[in-house]
Design a protein around this ligand. Structure first.
Ligand code: DAT
Ligand code: MG
Length: 138
């Protein structure tokens, strides 16, 4: 059993897509083992995306991620990390496969609806950044 970290990003929460996205997660067989709605602080957004600090889109990305509430989740299941990335689709919605969340709901490469961890190490880090162990209910 593997765990991954997911975010329903501000544009998706604002557009009322949270339910649709949670439905796709559960329909895929992934189990939601933690969930909370939060408004990211600038400091948290910058820490969360620290790996992208040198990129030209970093500041805009942090503006966007702090522009409204998000829903954060821990998903659990066999191959959860790649399974969730497959459900999301490619980073840029215009490159995402048909039937993926980013293809169906994404606006552009920044407003791409959801986040998903990319590897076991980042998943563990991202989960620990937002959720104490007692809030993860498998
Ligand atoms: P992913 O979210 O698919 O893991 P990433 O880690 O490369 O993609 O980038 C993190 C986020 O940064 C991504 O979800 C949206 C934003 N981003 C990436 N590339 C971008 C670009 N060229 N212009 C604007 N925002 C970008
Ligand atoms: Mg990434």
């Amino acid at each position: 059993m593997e765990r991954t970290f997911a975010i329903v990003k501000p544009d998706a929460v604002r557009r009322g897509l949270t339910g649709d996205i949670l439905k796709r997660i559960e329909a895929s067989g992934l189990k939601i083992v933690a969930l909370r709605k939060i408004h990211l602080s600038r400091v948290d957004a910058e820490k969360f995306y620290d790996v992208h600090r040198a990129r030209p889109f970093f500041s805009g990305l942090c503006d966007y991620m702090t522009s409204g509430p998000v829903v954060i989740l821990v998903l659990q299941g066999e191959g959860a990390i790649s399974k969730w990335r497959q459900l999301m689709g490619a980073t840029d919605p215009k490159n995402a496969d048909t039937g993926t969340i980013r293809k169906d709901f994404g606006i552009d490469v920044e407003k791409n609806v959801t986040h998903g961890s990319d590897a076991p190490e980042t998943a563990a880090q991202e989960i620990a950044f937002f959720f104490p162990a007692r809030e993860i209910l498998a």
